[in-house]
Design a protein around this ligand. Sequence first.
Ligand SMILES: Cc1ncc(COP(=O)(O)O)c(C=O)c1O
Length: 400
Amino acid sequence: MTPVTEPTLALKLTDRINRIEPSATLAVVNEAERLRQQGIDVVDFGAGEPHFATPQHIKEAAIAAIQGNFSKYTAVGGTAELRDAIVHRHAVDFDSDYRREEAIACVGGKHAIFNAIQVLVDHGDEVILPVPYWVSFKDIVRYAGGECVLLESDESQGFRVTARMIDRLITPRTRLIILNSPCNPSGAVMSPEGMTEVVRLAHERGIWVMSDECYVYLNYTDKRFSVGSLRDFRERMIIIGSLSKTYAMTGWRLGYALAPAPVTTAMQKLQSQSTSNPTSIVQKAAVAALKGPQQCVTDMRAEYIRLRDHVVNGLRSIPDVKCTLPQGAFYAYPNISAFLGRSGINSPSDLAGRLLREAHVATVPGEGFGTRDHIRVSYATSIAELDRGLERLRRFLSSL
Ligand SMILES: Cc1ncc(COP(=O)(O)O)c(C=O)c1O
């Protein structure tokens, strides 16, 4: 009998797909899942999502949409009802005055970011990106053919980024500045004054600002702020929003952008040739979320503050771990540089890998966010789970 051989494909993929990497955070989720399937009890500080269930009234709106057969295609950029709800919520909370045609609903905030960057960033364009950055910005810019110019932030000042720091990086090729406040992974929050200065600088230089405000409701300072309130500077501004974190709806996939109509129209064109509309049923649920009672948002925020204080106190009590106080989102970003060079650990990836395999705690190494001294700890979990993970972390780090 002739042996059966696997057919070998000379697989030639495009340059643009070869320019990007899979999301670093998803890699951790997959590895933790693999261990769990082997029956190992993993404490998960890796996931970037709320531990809360989606509020009941939002779930009920989705069920009603199914029962009411709201199951056809909708307008590509979302129903008029949803776009009005997005604009309404933003106007009430941030004193903005966007119109329906300046809002587009997408399949998550990431999709809104992807579409916005594809329509604004061209080959050879530069995009200023503060470090640490959320994992996907860099790859999405690269996919569009652009180049990220990284801006190191000041960790001793809570990972601060200022207009003056950005100004130094502007060149004739600068097309876009990305802001993300509250920031994933550092939890840093820019002051309203600091954000205003950046927006003013960009306006003066004719550069676009994309403000990723997916965590805007998880700002623990008393100054919740969206650049959308700066009505005079809207000409070159894109706001990205998401229901994922605000309403504990990560799996539902609903995000949006607020931007000048030519941008939202171009995003719709792209969306019309890719995903089409966000899921019709989810759109109904999103309207309920945005127009319904907001107490759930207030309650979740209060609980995150409690969890943040608990985890930061716990991390700071581990010898040689330093941790700035995050002012928003649900991540702590401890500095673990003191452990590099110990027991064969030379990078955050080494540390996170050993931590997962040997102590069964999932975290995300800082390299994916552009830093070499940190790991990201998601504290969107219960106090009991935080305690279990912190104890394992303490024991593991003490053994190095
Ligand atoms: C900073 C930031 N922006 C955008 C997103 C995208 O979220 P989603 O696509 O679920 O709306 C995330 C998700 O983790 C994020 O952390």
